[in-house]
Design a protein around this ligand. Structure first.
Ligand code: SF4
Length: 92
């Protein structure tokens, strides 16, 4: 099935006020960070008018892509959502 159909099978529980991913303050985003606005499969990353990259982590599928690319460089912090929050995969 297409990815949209798969996504439809998942529920998402927003942990209000406790984003599990945060972007470190920056003036100009690195190519890595900028790439997340195109790569994140959930479309969580976007550039604001000033050019900085921001994240709205609601809907994050915890695919780990941004974690691999941007956590070690210190550009983001990434933690799994608390139990019961975040993406709840439903199979079968
Ligand atoms: Fe997007 Fe994946 Fe990062 Fe979540 S873990 S914000 S879905 S790239």
């Amino acid at each position: 099935p297409r990815v949209e159909e798969k996504l439809y099978q998942n529920r998402y529980q927003v942990d209000a006020g406790k984003p599990h991913i945060t972007v470190a303050p920056h003036d100009t985003p690195s190519p890595n960070l900028l790439a997340m606005t195109r790569i994140c499969p959930a479309g969580c990353y976007a550039q604001n008018e000033a050019g900085q990259v921001e994240i709205v982590a609601d809907g994050c599928m915890e695919c780990g892509t941004c974690r691999v690319l941007c956590e070690e460089t210190g550009e983001i912090t990434w933690n799994y959502p608390r139990g019961g929050y975040g993406v709840l995969f439903k199979f079968g």
